[in-house]
Design a binder for this molecule. Sequence first.
Ligand code: ZN
Length: 165
Amino acid sequence: MTRAVPVPCTGCGAPLPPSDAPGHRYVNASPACWERYGLVLAAEYSDPVLFGTCHELSVDAYIAQHPGGAHPTRSVVVHLAGLHLALDREVAPARIPAERARLVQRVWDGPDPHPPVAWGPLTVLDLVAAAGTDRHDAVVRAYATEVWHAWAHEHARVAAFVGRL
Ligand SMILES: [Zn+2]
């Protein structure tokens, strides 16, 4: 019996055996990576505490770590704005969806955000390993902080895009 050779995710680079699962229609994730992230979402949807504390951060970080391909600039920018709001301005998670809905109407001026050349070591694999455990929130927070840090070259433009709250 042969084992499938892991293939790096097109967005985050996480090495995963290929999957026949349907991928996301535009997020630049391999089907295998998107399938793994589904396990993280399932853990968050099934636990009201986790959903309230870290679901928004988890989504913003995962989507922001999968730019490129068919992923529209508008989506990348709005999720970067979510990371900025949560991590730089300490906006409460419950308020993030309304802020995203407001910002999705706004026009991003200038060239598209330039994706990072490298990510930190945390990926969907770390999220899955912690999914539903008492480490879930801490790992999501560390992952989101790493993803946001990788986008440091765009922090000023994202802050300007969000503007005053
Ligand atoms: Zn990925």
